[in-house]
Design a protein around this ligand. Structure first.
Ligand code: GCV
Length: 672
């Protein structure tokens, strides 16, 4: 029985694999610890039907047969337990969960419960873990009217009609889901801070935000607020928001003091500046370092940080002008500023140079910034990957990103660079991702899209986990492992693992990007962005397609380390899935499999659709096994996905057939 609302925390009844003590001793510390003990007892009650007695202690009794939730007393100094880490020991007469700190204890509790749920507890088991990414952030793009920018799972959990509006129980359940996969920060409002959202940093709204902060706090999650850089002018009625103007700096200091009165442990501000119409320092001829540092000084006395987005580009481009390349923008703006940011500024860089495309290269800023703290931004919500109608399992995307080698040196893959920041090294401090949840009962619209939220938490906790391992974990936790549940879990895992490749095949070919319907970003519109101001062109004509980003073209390849530059410069060695991002090629360009580019485009589109059909068929094999409503809701998404995949296949194939006049070598149907 799958309860969609519970996601991966199903906690179905199991038999204890080890002798289970009836008392929990928990070392006194703070409210996250109290919550960890509550979560432990509640989880055990659901899993084993056992009511535990929870007792607080100062120092652990030595000879009791009990569960112990303890802290490593040498907190911070202990070699083995790193920040937010934990250790689980199952002994003959006791169960020990020892943690470095309060968050670590909570994570240890969830890990223990998932081991029990999966039947993996045994005597002498010892597990020790700590998160690889220090910052594990969720970004909400929720608006105060209750809508969610790029949200596909119902309205906001936080707002309605211009005000806060939330169900405490639901927020608590949400915090539990996030904490169970290790999330430790959350921004609660859209980075486009418009209309009433500008009032979030005023007394009236802060008192409500503080209530949310209190819920998340118990789960070890600190709040971030997205702020509008123009607030001194628009809210404070100052004549300017110039970051170097003393009255502006003073306004922010005062504002920060007010905000921290309401939320003393606020993690800081998230800022989208000079981007897609949002105000920023450029308006005053100031740099982004000027802007970020001014804010950083305002929050510094309270231990706050400024997360400053690098999604800065000209969105008023003239499509006629071929000299300008949007892909260059982040690096061109931010690389020269490396080293000029205060130590409580963290740059948030989208994983690719464009915008969460189905396939694009990893941003050249990673590996290039050595004197500035930074994190990577991902998108869990499926803006370009099917709107949670089409299935697209995103850990497959993220695994490719983590495997990207920034310089082909020693330990220079993205996954190797994730560590706490140290000056002089290009360390990535963690991740932020735009979340995919809303008020839908199953949180994510498509039930299988829950795997993307789960997968985000898991992969940033441990970037060595593969997409396959995560799919397996999620499927078993969600569908179960007894009798027919096992088949459902197996099929869910299988479908998840096929889904990204299928989606990529029927989408824009070989990393050329942006053939989507303008604004909505769902479904094909091959020339939808060709003659617009957004700077995302493919420039297909009768003979060629793609942008030349080599030295002879826009020079974008030069932003990478020399090794990568030479790989991307040459179409013969450039990864084929990004070929058209870097090169302008003739349709008869011969690819590694000996077939032309055009024939590969046709093949992928026929195959992509066929793969969507076969995933649907696999799902149908569960018709007698699954609860009707779960089965039907997912099936109806697959049915819609087939319509979309067919549209992509036929529009792309017809477009290139009309352009070239060359048909499919295998004689499959292309509409003319
Ligand atoms: C929040 C893309 C999206 C926008 C989003 C923007 C951003 O352009 O389409 O909806 O705005 O990215 O990341 O700021």
């Amino acid at each position: 029985m799958l309860k969609e609302y519970d996601c991966w925390l199903q906690y179905r009844k199991v038999t204890a694999q080890v002798n289970f003590p009836k008392t929990v001793f928990v070392q006194k510390r703070g409210e996250v610890t109290d919550n960890a003990a509550r979560e432990f007892a509640a989880g055990i009650e659901r899993l084993l039907g056992l009511k535990l007695a929870v007792k607080q202690i100062k120092t652990p009794p030595t000879n009791d047969n009990a569960v112990f939730l303890l802290f490593d007393d040498k907190e911070g100094k202990n070699e083995k337990l790193k920040t937010e880490g934990f250790k689980i020991n199952i002994l003959q007469n006791k169960i020990l969960i020892t943690a470095a700190d309060e968050n670590g204890l909570l994570y240890g509790v969830y890990r223990f419960l998932s081991l029990l749920a999966n039947g993996e507890l045994k005597y002498d088991l010892e597990i020790s873990e700590s998160p690889v990414s220090p910052l594990r952030i969720i970004n909400h793009w929720d608006n105060f009217d209750g809508t969610i920018e790029r949200g596909y799972a119902g309205n906001s959990l936080f707002y309605k009609n211009g005000n806060f509006n939330f169900d405490i129980k639901r927020i608590e359940d949400y915090a539990r889901l996030l904490a169970s996969v290790g999330i430790n920060r959350i921004s609660i409002n859209n980075v486009n801070v418009r209309d009433k959202a500008k009032l979030l940093i005023t007394k009236e709204y802060l008192s409500e935000a503080a209530k949310l902060a209190a819920i998340f706090r118990r789960f070890g999650i600190r709040l971030l607020l997205s702020i509008n850089f123009g607030a001194p002018w628009s809210l404070g009625k100052l004549p300017t928001s110039d970051p170097l103007d003393a009255s502006v700096a003073a306004w922010w200091k005062e504002r920060a003091a007010l905000i921290y009165k309401y939320i003393p442990d606020l993690a800081g501000f998230l800022v989208k500046a000079d981007s897609e119409g949002e105000p920023g320092p450029f308006q005053y001829n100031r740099t982004h370092a000027d802007g970020a540092n001014m804010l950083a000084k305002a929050v510094k006395p309270f231990g706050g940080e400024i997360i400053w987005r690098c999604f800065v580009y000209n969105c008023q481009q003239d499509w006629r002008d071929k000299s300008f390349d949007r892909a260059r923008a982040s690096y061109d703006h931010f690389k020269p500023l490396d080293g000029s940011f205060d130590d409580n500024v963290i740059l948030q860089i989208k994983f690719g140079p464009y915008d969460f495309q189905v396939r694009e290269p990893v941003s050249p800023l990673f590996g290039a910034l050595t004197k500035t703290r930074h994190i990577m931004e991902l998108q869990i919500t499926q803006e370009y990957t099917g709107h949670q109608i089409d299935l697209c399992y995103l850990p497959s995307v993220w695994q490719d990103i983590l495997e990207f080698d920034t310089s082909h040196g020693q330990n220079s893959k993205i996954m190797d660079l994730i560590k706490p920041y140290k000056e002089g090294s290009s360390y990535i401090e963690g991740f932020a991702a735009v979340v995919n949840v809303g008020l839908d009962n199953n949180w994510t619209g498509h039930t299988l899209a829950q795997a993307n939220l789960y997968g985000y938490g898991r992969i940033i906790w441990n970037p060595c986990l593969t997409a396959k391992e995560i799919a397996k974990e999620w499927s078993v936790l969600s569908f179960g492992k007894e009798n027919t549940e096992q088949k459902a879990a197996q099929i869910a895992e299988d479908i998840l693992l096929k889904s990204y490749r299928a989606y990529e095949k029927y989408n824009a070919p070989f990393g050329v990007c942006f053939m989507v319907t303008p604004n909505s970003h769902y479904g094909p519109n091959i020339e939808g962005y060709e003659f617009s101001r957004w700077g995302t062109y493919h420039r297909a004509d009768a003979k060629e397609i793609g942008i030349d980003r080599t030295k002879k073209g826009t020079g974008y390849t030069g932003q990478y380390s020399p090794n990568n530059e030479s790989i991307y410069e040459d179409p013969a060695v450039c990864p084929e899935n990004q070929l058209l991002f870097f090169h302008r090629l003739k349709y008869d360009f011969i690819m590694k499999n000996g077939k032309t580019l055009l024939q590969n485009i046709y093949d992928n589109h026929f195959e992509g659709y066929d793969e969507a059909v076969s995933m649907t068929e696999e799902w149908k094999s569960l018709s007698k096994i699954l609860e009707k409503d779960v089965y039907k809701s997912v099936l109806s998404r697959f049915e819609r996905q087939l319509v979309n995949a067919r549209e992509w296949r036929d529009q792309i194939n017809t477009y290139f057939f009309r352009r070239t006049g060359i048909g499919d070598k295998n004689g499959r149907k292309i509409f003319d």
